[in-house]
Design a protein. Structure first.
Length: 186
């Protein structure tokens, strides 16, 4: 069986208190496993990304919006039908790829085509979902449209992270100088 983490281990590893992690789980509408089930490594990787974005001053609402778009993209591509897991949308987190242009930022899913592709081949639906009254396309759900809005949101987050990067570097340099071994007072 794959390694699982307790909620406290999840908090300790991300370096954040339980109330903080729980508030992120609620804000992102994440599945919260029971104590016996534990958290898979992919869940931990996902939470580390979210915490990193928060450290870079990306708003929870912006992260939540991006995450909702990623889930919608995966649903439109029928990825949700390929797994029985309660956290199917996180199962690719932590995988490494030499094709970041094909991967979603938070969930690490490799779509099999560049995010900015004009033509999209969705996965076949092998799941037993209840049929919808109308097709997704008829209700205005088009994966290309969702990808466009996703890419706009992703760029907004990248710009925020880049703007905070220099501030963070300066803060770390100052902290090393102010609190480093040579400056310990006591």
């Amino acid at each position: 069986m794959a390694e699982k983490y307790t909620f406290n281990e999840l908090c300790r590893t991300t370096g954040r208190p339980p109330a903080y992690i729980r508030s992120l789980q609620i804000a992102l509408d994440l599945h919260i496993p029971d104590k016996k089930s534990g958290y898979p490594p992919a869940y931990l990787y996902f939470m580390e990304k979210v915490v990193a974005l928060r450290v870079l001053s990306v708003k929870v609402d912006d992260i939540s919006d991006l995450f909702r778009k990623e889930r919608k993209i995966l649903e439109l591509l029928n990825v949700d039908c390929l797994s029985e897991s309660d956290t199917w949308y996180l199962d690719s987190c932590g995988t490494v790829s030499d094709r970041p242009d094909r991967r979603l930022l938070l969930t690490d899913h490799d779509l099999g085509f560049p995010l900015n592709a004009h033509a999209v081949q969705s996965n076949l639906d092998f799941g037993g979902k209840a049929p919808e009254l109308f097709k997704a396309e008829e209700m205005g759900e088009d994966v290309r449209h969702v990808l466009k809005t996703y890419l706009r949101q992703l760029e907004k987050i990248r710009e925020k992270a880049r703007a905070e990067e220099e501030v963070l570097r300066n803060a770390l340099a100052w902290a090393a100088q102010a609190f480093g071994e040579n400056n310990v007072t006591g």
